[in-house]
Design a protein around this ligand. Sequence first.
Ligand SMILES: Cc1ncc(COP(=O)(O)O)c(C=O)c1O
Length: 410
Amino acid sequence: MFDVNEIRKDFPMLNGKMMQNHPLVYLDNGATTLKPQSVIDAVVSYYTETSCNIHRGDYDLSFQISNEYEQGRKTVARFLNAEVNEIVFTSGASAALNQIAFGYGMDNLKEGDVILTTHEEHASSILPWFSVAKKTGAKIEYIPLTDKGELTVESFQSAMHSAVKVVAVAAVSNVLGYKNPIKEITALAHEYGAVVVCDGAQWAPHVKTDVKDLDVDFLAFSGHKLCGPTGIGVLYGKYDLLEAMTPMMLGGGANARFDACGNILLKHAPAKFEAGTPAIEAVLGLKAALEYLEKLGMDAIEEYEASLKRYAVEKLKELDHLILYNADASTGIITFNVKDVFAQDAASYLNSQGIAVRAGNHCAKILTEVLKTSETIRASLYFYNTFEEVDRFVEAAKNITVENCVGLFF
Ligand SMILES: Cc1ncc(COP(=O)(O)O)c(C=O)c1O
């Protein structure tokens, strides 16, 4: 049974403390999520009880914390249904996606090769490939999206061809929230011998992830978008690909040996990608976050979010002054505009009513060409949001008018 009121008790920020002018309704979960007490405790406990470095000290405490860090890797592997040595800790999804593009792309792409992607990608998913394309002579091509901005198997099929060596796509767009057919895309991409790089930043927090079932070659996500700390992310890669990939960063912990002539013997994956002291407390916090999500159950989370989203959409559809861009997307992202009102003004009006949303292009700056608008307002739900909060959001949305936005800034 999914008891949201019980769940909310686990989140200190939801216990009456999150105030602006009003008790805050936090609907900016696509940007980052709130943290349950168990995650906060894991981070604090590291700093108060076990604040030693890992994999370096010859004493019990360092050994203990190294073990806990590696338990974190095991937890991520379980969460993704991956092997433990396929999990690399990074500083976030952006770092993971850059590592893949520069580490894999630079070594494997050449003039005439194609990187196939979409107009809905987040900057962190697509900009590394722009750069790699310039350096290698590879070309960027786009899978056509439907008028609504959906990525379909048919459109992928129409865009796929033998020169495509990399398919770089988000599993869920951070603007539109559609679940992309990653499994089908991957199966087809593999028929052509291409590798699939999946941006899972908006998928992993909301949908059960099984990398073996999806069969993606690489997947990236961030801890802070699924109740974990900032400064920690995950790069999943099939082991053989990781072993063959060049690390972007070299240093302590990543090498087995080096000599004065400049010869370097790197450790095996994943250690070779984790040079330097990592964000140890963030790994422990991520472990606690994933355990928390596992306890709730990813299927239950997905189902609850979908019901909240449906409820919100039904109510928002009644408001004639709103344009909804993704009413039928099943994840908890609601993207809209208010007729004749600048998106940022609308978001500021919602703020004045205690509703936290985001307005702008959401780092997906070329999706605006598909949506035919340069800015949208994004309300993004998570499992701790309630139907009452949706009601408050809808009530506030009713009153977004030019008149009500006048004077917000003075
Ligand atoms: C789809 C998508 N990809 C990548 C990122 C980058 O994540 P981070 O900023 O945590 O590195 C985000 C963040 O908003 C995102 O929504």
